[in-house]
Write a protein that binds this ligand. Structure first.
Ligand SMILES: [Fe+2]
Length: 389
């Protein structure tokens, strides 16, 4: 089959101590003055000082903005406040340093410097007309992929729903991925962001949007994450595990940006919106039920997924291969103490309107059209039901 491929990525710097090149990179983007957006944990961990010293050495003036937040996904109001600061300071470059939320706020605030209106005007696909202030995006967790994607996710408190801005003009100019910065990431965050990365690759790999380039990156990152998530969770000081998880997560982010996620992410939106559970944790609770449902559409890819996860599937029937994949995922999830079902997540089925969730998830057609299996509201309701078992 012949494919037409569009492949987008920022300039990527990956490696141990790659953060030391941030001053030079900011200079290349024309910076005399930078806005550095980060969070209190990053500041405490001493990461902020490393960044500042590299910028100082490059003679770049820095204004630091420390964000505090009370929901796993930032509210749109946080972006508006940050955009105000970004506009007022007339910065040459905006640096986002932190977990996925900080990175999303940084990307969107940069876009709002050159685009009129507010975040709510840009929810949806390709609605941001102009590139914003140039950005350098630096993750301190391994998983969200935000450093290499055109997406930013925010909570709209008026309707209590998480919404996505998906625009090529949000793609960062430079991504700096330094595994050393993830060393202080606590085990629970290592687990939830790591499974998010796994799902970016696995879900995109099974999707209708997959292509030869993203498949290659997806399989390699699935192999890396399946092998190294456990060790990174068990011992945060394991440098090789951190290195591998940062690399796997970066690859998965590129896959996410170019093929996109599907069902698992679509079904996580209503759950996360109602219960404010962290993104990766919510996905983890839905993953097995979702893959169990779509596996029938993609026998060959399920076999490739099994092999990438280290399973020996020689001589197995497709049904057995699917079981192996689901077992391997179940083991991976449980070994890093994540929920394998909505019940594990602590949600009471009796108090849940799963029909309403299914109606909400079905609205995410941007994601669902990529699903290998066509899904009605009723189908999604069945999957939510299975995710409670
Ligand atoms: Fe995700």
């Amino acid at each position: 089959m012949f494919q037409n491929i569009l492949f987008q990525t920022p300039t990527i710097l990956f490696g141990i101590d790659s953060i030391q090149q941030i001053g030079e990179q900011a200079r290349k983007l024309g910076a005399g003055k930078a806005l550095l957006i980060s969070g209190p944990q990053v500041q405490k961990a001493g990461v902020l000082d490393k960044v500042k010293s590299s910028l100082d050495a490059a003679k770049i003036k820095v204004e630091v903005n420390i964000q505090d937040r009370d929901t796993p996904e930032p509210a749109v109001e946080v972006v508006e406040a940050t955009a105000k600061i970004a506009k007022k300071g007339k910065f040459d470059v905006i640096i986002g340093l932190g977990g996925g939320s900080i990175l999303d706020v940084s990307k969107m605030a940069a876009a709002l410097v050159t685009n009129p209106g507010t975040t709510r005007d840009y929810f949806g696909r390709e609605k941001v007309p102009k590139r914003g202030t140039p950005t350098i995006i630096v993750p301190t967790t391994a998983g969200t992929g935000a450093e290499v994607t055109k997406h930013a996710i925010f909570l709209d408190r008026e309707i209590n729903v998480k919404k996505v801005v998906a625009s090529s003009n949000l793609l960062p100019n430079v991504a700096i991925v330094d595994p050393v910065l993830t060393m202080t990431c606590p085990p629970s965050v290592t687990a939830s962001s790591g499974i998010d990365a796994y799902i970016h690759s696995a879900e995109a790999f099974l999707s209708k949007n997959a292509n030869a380039m993203t498949d290659a990156l997806a399989l390699e990152s699935i192999a890396i994450i399946s092998k190294w998530l456990g060790p990174a969770f068990a011992d945060g000081q394991n440098m090789e595990a951190r290195y591998q998880m940062s690399l796997g997560s970066l690859m998965a982010g590129v896959v996410l940006n170019n093929s996109g996620t599907s069902l698992v992410h679509a079904m996580a939106y209503p759950v996360g919106g109602e219960h404010h559970t962290p993104h990766g944790v919510t996905l983890s609770a839905l993953l097995i039920a979702c893959f169990d449902y779509v596996a029938v559409a993609k026998a060959e890819k399920m076999a490739a997924l099994a092999r990438a996860m280290g399973e020996n599937i020689d001589g197995l029937a497709p049904r057995e291969v699917n079981e192996r994949v689901l077992d391997a995922i179940h083991y991976m999830i449980k070994s890093v103490e994540l929920p394998a079902s909505l019940t594990d997540l602590g949600i009471d089925r009796a108090k849940t309107d799963i029909h309403q969730w299914a109606v909400e998830a079905h609205k995410e057609q941007r994601l669902l059209t990529r699903s290998p299996r066509t899904l009605s509201v009723e189908d999604i309701e069945v999957i939510y039901g299975n995710a409670f078992d």
